[in-house]
Write a protein that binds this ligand. Structure first.
Ligand code: IPM
Ligand code: MN
Length: 351
């Protein structure tokens, strides 16, 4: 790929600040490689919504698909929009409308001191979570009955399709096979969700047969979270449903130093995909130059890797790792620097 065209949606709160540092890292790594990368900003978010009433513009999808190689998003969420409608429309809207069925969340500990567990080394906390990203409890199907009365009923449907389950499970195994990983865990709650998660278990066992060299292990999700805290080193690849993946990846982020360190990709292989740090917009931290930009910078690295800029992606990860080792970090991970200073320290390593 010659020139990369990236659509950048900084969003709200600290999203704006961390994305500026991700842009700086991208600029530095592209310049030093003599490669071209064009960043185009889209100011969609709470401000835009409050001014115009528009969350995700009607022509957004065809415009993005027609003109960009990837989307880099900061964070969505603002106290002035109490129901966070814009966040649902923009982030979940892009996930659904672009059919980004893989939520890829790598979990890597860069230094022992960042892990809240005793005695965990970077070699032990190094796994990937694949979260189904287009169905499950996120489809917003359900309803209210007798709302506002003492007899009120509310339902939410957990929608699981054969196609949806199979493609994420396949993706996890294919990833493991490609990366030389030997173990895939699928976490569900099939002992209780006897219809929806029976489907997960059956599909998992079927697909696993095609990968005899990979150990396929099934865990109930409650046991998974216990095991993740007791001995994270046993995990290489984890695949799970949308809602469980949401919860499990916050815990996983904790293992690597917190949400400020966690990167993610919302991917449809071969199609326009969206990359975003796992953290939210964190209104109380916004505008104070304290947010950790590493999650966003690592996310930019994931995006480059996805687009085939492997060496540049590896350099971004190495620069973040080196900054952590040199204690050039924000307060949340024990350092003393601000957002911009960490961004500058990482960019300097990329020049
Ligand atoms: C995440 C977030 C989102 C989710 C929210 C903001 C809708 O928590 O990306 O993990 O639940 O998927
Ligand atoms: Mn989440």
């Amino acid at each position: 790929m010659s020139e990369l065209r990236i659509a950048v949606i900084p969003g709200d709160g600290i999203g704006v600040e961390v994305i500026a540092e991700a842009e700086r890292a991208l600029g530095a790594v592209a310049a030093s490689a003599g490669r071209k990368l064009a960043l185009t900003r889209f100011e969609w978010g709470a401000d835009h919504y409050l001014k115009t009433g528009v969350t995700l513009p009607a022509d957004a999808i065809p415009h993005l698909v027609g003109n960009f190689d990837a989307i880099l998003l900061g964070a969505m969420g603002d106290p002035r929009v109490p129901d966070n409608r814009h966040a649902a429309d923009i982030l979940l809207g892009l996930r659904f409308k672009l059919d980004l069925y893989v939520n890829y969340r790598p979990v890597k500990l860069f230094h022992e001191r960042l892990c809240p567990l005793k005695g965990q080394t970077p070699a032990q906390v190094d796994f990937a979570v694949f979260r189904e990203n287009t169905e499950g409890l996120y489809v917003m199907m359900g309803g209210h009955f007798k709302q506002g009365t003492p007899d009120e009923v509310a339902t939410e449907i957990d929608l699981n399709t054969r196609k949806g389950v199979e493609r994420i499970v396949r993706h996890a195994f294919a990833f493991a096979a490609e990366r030389g990983r030997k173990r895939v865990v699928m976490a569900d709650k099939s002992n209780v969700l006897v219809h929806a998660h029976e489907l997960w278990l059956r599909v998992f066992r079927e697909v696993a047969k095609e990968y005899p060299a990979i150990e396929a292990r099934h865990l109930y999700v409650d046991n998974l979270v216990l095991q993740m805290v007791r001995e994270p080193g046993q995990f290489e690849v984890i695949v799970t449903s949308n809602m469980f993946g949401d919860i499990v990846t916050d815990l996983a982020a904790g293992l690597q130093g917190g949400l400020g360190m966690a990167a993610s990709g919302n991917i449809h292989p071969g199609k326009l995909s969206l990359f975003e740090p796992v953290h939210g917009s964190s209104p109380p931290l916004a505008g104070k130059n304290v947010a950790n930009p590493m999650g966003a910078i690592l996310t930019a690295g994931l995006m480059l890797e996805h687009l085939g800029w492997r060496e540049e992606a590896a350099r971004i990860e190495a620069a973040c790792r080196a900054a952590v080792e040199a204690e050039e970090t924000t307060v949340d991970v024990g350092g003393r620097l601000g957002t911009r200073e960490v961004g500058a320290a990482i960019a300097a390593r990329l020049k």
